[in-house]
Design a protein around this ligand. Sequence first.
Ligand SMILES: CC(C)(COP(=O)(O)OP(=O)(O)OC[C@H]1O[C@@H](n2cnc3c(N)ncnc32)[C@H](O)[C@@H]1OP(=O)(O)O)[C@@H](O)C(=O)NCCC(=O)NCCS
Length: 226
Amino acid sequence: MLTMEDVFPPFRLRIRCGAIEQRVLRDDDIPELVDLVRGGVQAPGTPMPFLADWHEAPFAPGQPGAFPAVSLSWWWQQRAAFAPDAWHLALTVRHDGVLVGMQDVHATDFPLTRTVETGSWLGRDHQGKGIGTLMRQMAISFAFDELDAVACESGYIVGNEASRAVSRKAGYVDNGQRTLVQQTRQGAVRAQEQRVIVTPDAVVRPGERVVVEGAEELRRFLSIER
Ligand SMILES: CC(C)(COP(=O)(O)OP(=O)(O)OC[C@H]1O[C@@H](n2cnc3c(N)ncnc32)[C@H](O)[C@@H]1OP(=O)(O)O)[C@@H](O)C(=O)NCCC(=O)NCCS
């Protein structure tokens, strides 16, 4: 009988480095993910890091417009984007098997641009321990080594010092600023995003080797030619 990995090859992807493992989000991960978000994501006094403050939505399971319903819809949408010209890998991040956060890697028109965009977050209890730096370094090492990306882009809200530091430590350089709109409990607000970019010649890789399984099947599934 076929397995889910045969049917949907992104599920075969496994990116490991030391105690950290990244895999495409599965339904079985979701209860643990919801608990992680409930433990807090944004440190007090830091800028709201996302386009919408989904992590601050009231917890009301089974209710529309609340957490986790809105986030479930978002997570499942990520998995539905797997066409070669628009794909999205929502990767769970586990530390010694414990779910600690999410690392997204996504791209539009990748065969032409060879550029990916990343985004990430960790539960509060897992921040400030070097995991954010390592998980980003793992994701971009994977993009350069296994997808043959030529650039990885990211962005952070001006004032998000932890995200700025992660970008710097992974080898990114500034790539301009843009104004964007964030959806918050208080309504739509304007924010300034610092764009950053890293290329293979500048990337700072993790101290330990990044081991990737399932990359060949993923490349075939996303029509990525080497
Ligand atoms: C941003 C985030 C992923 C970083 O991960 P992390 O594991 O906390 O970061 P690390 O422990 O790897 O630390 C990276 C660097 O940030 C620095 N740093 C952390 N918080 C800082 C702060 N408030 N001010 C200045 N530097 C800070 C650390 O000192 C470290 O640099 P160093 O090793 O040179 O000392 C994590 O904090 C997080 O999830 N925050 C909430 C969501 C978020 O902001 N996501 C990013 C959206 S762009």
